[in-house]
Design a protein around this ligand. Sequence first.
Ligand code: SF4
Length: 174
Amino acid sequence: MRLVKEIEAELIAEAERRGYILNPDREILEGIIKGLAINEEKLGYWSCPCRIASGDRLADFDIICPCEYCDPDLEEFGRCYCALYVTQDYIDAGMPADPIPERRPESRQNRGAEIDTAEGTQNTEDSADTVDGEIKVWRCQVCGYLCARTEAPRICPICRAKQERFEEFRLAIH
Ligand code: SF4
């Protein structure tokens, strides 16, 4: 798996090209980058760390970072869904942790299982738990953030809710 600093260098270049600002909160930023690194390793592309990927590049095309929804979310909310990219206005407003709505159409969601997700902790080697064609998924009961891994994140990367606010469910893998 590639190092955070390698991916961060690419993100910095991408941000400069597009006029984006990377989240200045180091913990959040590194958590998201680790999620991208894991998805890159498992899937071969930067599937959004905050969404369920199908594992099919074509089907996931809209959520390959920077996703199709990044620009409208930056414009409307000052941040992308994961808060990897933010605007100066959002920073000046104190970077509110309120979750933003999922712009990805429901018809495109939940078509597979993401391997892992961004999270500002060290347990990024944690792998998804698959049994009998189903995968264990954790849902943040505060903001709805989803991730597929053995244990719930210690802190929600979107709304910062604590681990006990996550609930477990099973998702069939197609
Ligand atoms: S929400 Fe942010 S981190 Fe996720 S794919 Fe879009 S731009 Fe990348």
